[in-house]
Design a protein around this ligand. Structure first.
Ligand SMILES: Cc1cc2nc3c(=O)[nH]c(=O)nc-3n(C[C@H](O)[C@H](O)[C@H](O)COP(=O)(O)OP(=O)(O)OC[C@H]3O[C@@H](n4cnc5c(N)ncnc54)[C@H](O)[C@@H]3O)c2cc1C
Length: 403
């Protein structure tokens, strides 16, 4: 495996770093202040930054399909996503934020021409935002076969009834479209062919947002995570993606890139935490000498650097396998990084919080927000245990079959 980034990637990375230094870090305070004025709107600074990113051609970098995006491989995108991950809101500036990225991938890969025209085009242009609605409060949604929302054909329409929660992005005023997962054929003996995915404009009658859910008390504005009821929601039959019974297949296709993108961003968040931990340890004097002279603090810094680098290399290996052999063939490595990277980020950021004392938990630093994000990803896009269950099963079968 090649460990050096190509010239093309190094140039892009430098351009991105310059952009972050010049425009994004200086905007952090303004962004959070403007957000206080309109929790679910787009802060004006975000619109300005998006324009600048488009002008700099730092746009849609996540999409390997060069008909629609930058055409970078996963391996090429990894260091760029890591860089964006250093500031929680920055992926959106480059139109590279979840869940829009996953939804754009689904539409690019599985959408009809009409669906692409109506929804993919404005999403790629950053004109609207989107959500993906699968999880339900009443069933264990880490096993998607449990989903109970019904999607019933009625003439030229489908009618949707169900109850979902933690639907990221749906609180945002600019969120215009949702991809909803539900069952069109609940009695199919093949549990993986019961589900379908369907496009639901957020202003369709019967879409009733109950409340924003919080994470450790954070509302995660301006995207938010909505609890939502689908009460006889009627959409045209053409809104179904790919066909009845194909929902599980689409979900599997979507989750590989989505998972690795989260890991890349988390490595960036952990790297920034490490740098700030080292800075603080050098500058803060405790019991007569800088913290960095304390053995336990040095150990925290050293261990954090080792763990970040391990996760980074594993992520790059997974990305390289996805590029070379496809997402399905890379599933074990994707599971490994999804187990390793969020836990690593939680541990590293927790150490950085400790070294910062009370300030580490405050609104003045990025650490509390990044910790919350890392902890969330231990659940979202598949809890740790589900990935371990699948990885353990695959490895047992592979090695168990030998000799
Ligand atoms: C901030 C946030 C944002 C989210 N955004 C979205 C979104 O945009 N769209 C969406 O659809 N969903 C979203 N989710 C939901 C998330 O994907 C689900 O919470 C996750 O899939 C787990 O489902 P569940 O909550 O129903 O947990 P359950 O399925 O009830 O699982 C609970 C726990 O059971 C344990 N478990 C499961 N399987 C095993 C096993 N085999 N062995 C041992 N233990 C096991 C795990 O520890 C797991 O955490 C979000 C969640 C959060 C917190």
């Amino acid at each position: 495996m090649e460990f050096e980034y190509s010239d093309k990637v190094q140039q892009l990375l430098q351009k991105l770093r310059d952009f972050m230094d010049e425009h994004v870090y200086p905007a952090e305070e303004t962004y959070h202040r403007q957000l206080q004025e309109d929790r679910w709107g787009e802060p004006p600074i975000m619109a300005e930054l998006k324009k600048k990113a488009q002008q700099a051609e730092l746009w849609n970098l996540f999409l390997p399909d060069n008909r629609f995006g930058a055409g970078l491989t996963n391996l090429e995108y990894a260091p760029l996503a890591e860089e964006m991950g250093r500031v929680l809101f920055s992926s959106e500036i480059f139109n590279c934020s979840a869940p829009d990225t996953g939804n754009m991938e689904v539409l690019a890969q599985y959408g009809s021409e009409a669906q692409q025209q109506q929804w993919l085009t404005p999403l790629l242009a950053g004109e609207i935002r989107s959500a993906f609605a699968m999880t339900e409060p009443k069933v264990a949604s880490s096993d998607a076969t449990n989903i109970e929302t019904s999607i019933v054909r009625d003439g030229d329409d489908y009618v949707i009834n169900g109850h979902k929660f933690y639907i990221s992005g749906l609180m945002n005023k600019r969120c215009k479209i949702m991809i909803v997962m539900g069952k069109t054929d609940p009695d199919n003996p093949n549990r993986h062919q019961q589900q379908s995915q369907i496009l639901v404009p957020t202003d369709t009658p019967g879409v009733k947002i109950r409340r924003p859910m919080t994470v450790f008390g954070y509302d995660d504005a301006p995207e938010g995570h909505a609890e939502v009821i689908f009460d006889n929601v009627r959409v045209a039959a053409e809104n179904l993606i790919l066909g009845e019974g194909r929902g599980f297949e689409i979900a599997q296709g979507r989750l590989g890139p989505g998972r690795i993108h989260h890991c890349m961003r988390l490595i960036g968040g952990a790297q920034r935490a490490l740098e700030n931990m080292a800075k603080r340890a050098e500058q803060r004097v405790v019991f007569g000498r800088p913290m960095s002279k304390q053995g336990s603090v040095r150990e925290d810094i050293a261990r954090s650097a080792c763990e970040i680098e391990q996760a980074r290399l594993l992520t790059l290996k997974a990305a390289a396998q996805m590029d070379q052999y496809g997402n399905k063939a890379a599933r074990d490595l994707i599971a490994m990084i999804k187990i390793v990277a969020p836990q690593m980020a939680c541990t590293v950021i927790d150490r950085a919080i400790q070294v910062h004392g009370a300030a580490g938990l405050s609104q003045d630093l990025h650490l509390a927000g990044h910790y919350t994000y890392a902890r969330t990803i231990r659940l979202a896009d598949g809890p740790d245990q589900v990935h371990m269950m699948q990885l353990g099963r695959n490895l047992a079968a592979r090695y168990g079959a030998v000799g």
